[in-house]
Each structure stands twice: as structure tokens, then as C-alpha cells.
Design a protein around this ligand. Sequence first.
Ligand code: F6R
Length: 257
Amino acid sequence: MWGVPLMTSPAFRVFDSPAAAVRELAFEVSQLIRSRAAAGRQAVLGLATGNTPLLFYRELIRLHREEGLSFTNVTSFNLDEYLGLPRDHAETYWTFMHRNLLDHIDLPAAQVNLPCGTLPDGEINAHCAAYEERIRQAGGLDFQVLGIGRTGHIGFNEPGSPKDSRTRRIQLDAMTRQDAAAAFGGLEQVPTHALTMGCGTILEARRIVLLAWGEHKAPIIREALRGPVTDQVSASFLQEHPNAAFYLDRGAAGALD
Ligand code: F6R
């Protein structure tokens, strides 16, 4: 057949700066929240941690303080959590989310969901199944924000994570632990395992935006966008999502054509 493009890549957009990208993203998310509020409905957000979304959260806080954006009709689900740290440890994602977003906005605590990293092994499977069930009962994820690890992981879906994987316990890749070592004050302090939403859980979100900044992300961004769709690079599954986009700065886009 002539003239039928093979749409195998999700959209990507290159911004002058991370600040410009997150302004656009926060505007899109705020429109979703406000339109749902006007209809008396919840907006279900999937949230990430790490360095990448920090500016995005700062912009959401600004919209809340200066432009009256309320989060009372938001339900949030975080992607992942380290296993084996006390909840109030400085490096848990629970602490990260409270410090960088939740303590500064009006999202009701009962509508915040994070995987629990303090459970004994015997309770983990039931907890993960219940997490999936809570997402389902909330109506599924409307909008998932992602970062990307140098292994190509989304959430903590390290190489080998199947496309249909669900929320579960995972062993962290050596490179992922290395990347976290400075924050933890040494590699041996970095947890070896985490809980993560699965690729399948993430891919069911109705809209997905993956953020990446800096030259150190350029090689994996190229693989995720231009390489084969493979479980060796879980972000490559986004190529097959109908409504996913990569928001990049010039550094992260530097290895694309
Ligand atoms: C965090 C997460 C991870 C990070 C990724 C990038 O919740 O799910 O996939 O997004 O490891 O981390 P940073 O942003 O620190 O480079």
C-alpha cells in the first residue's frame, strides 16, 4: 500500500530548557484537573520521583499558590518505592513526594497512593495486587508522568521486564544502583530491590509523557525512540502507545537525527 505511514514512534518534542518543557506539561495536567473538577470528577495521576520531575512539581506548586489550582479532585499513584527502608528515610519516595510536592498542595492524604516499601516478603504479592486493584477502582490512570533510567527503565522496570508485567517486587539493575549511590552516601547503602508498577500497568495510562534532561540521557533516549521495541529497554514499549510523548531538552535529544 502506498502513502500509509508506519507510525511506530511516539511523538517527541525538544524544548529549549527543562523549565519550558515542564511549563507545557504542567499546563496540560492543570487543564485535565480543572476540566474534571468542572465535571465533578477525579483526575487520576501517575507520578514519578528522581531528579527529572523536580521542576515539574515546582511548577505545580506555583500553579497551586499563584493560580488557584486545587488538587482536591486528584487521586495519585506513584510508580515505585525502594524496599527495606523505613518510610521516613531521607531517600524513600514517600519522603521525596512529601518534601517536593505533597506538603505544598491541597491533595488529600487519603487520595495519595505509594507502594509500601516496609512490608515483610510474605505480604508483598497481596500488596501489589491491591495496588493494581486501587488503580482499577479509580478508573485507571488518566495521565502518567515518567522519567527514564540509563538502563531504559520506566518505573523500576529493569531490562527483562515483560510488556504485560504488573506491580511487583523487582531487583534493581547494577547501573541503577550505581546512579543512586551518591544520594545514599555509597553503593552499599542503596537498596537491592524495589516495588514498581509494571510495564503493563503504566502502558494502560490514557496519556503518558516521559521527561528527560541532559546529555547523559541521550544514548538511552535514542534507543527508546529509534531502537527496536524490546523488553531490554522498557521505555521502548512507549513506541506502541497511542498517546505517549517524550519531552526532551536539547541535551537529551542530542543523539536523535
Ligand atoms: C522514579 C522512577 C525512575 C526514574 C529514573 C530517572 O520514580 O520511576 O524510573 O524516573 O530512574 O531518574 P532521574 O530522574 O533521577 O534521572
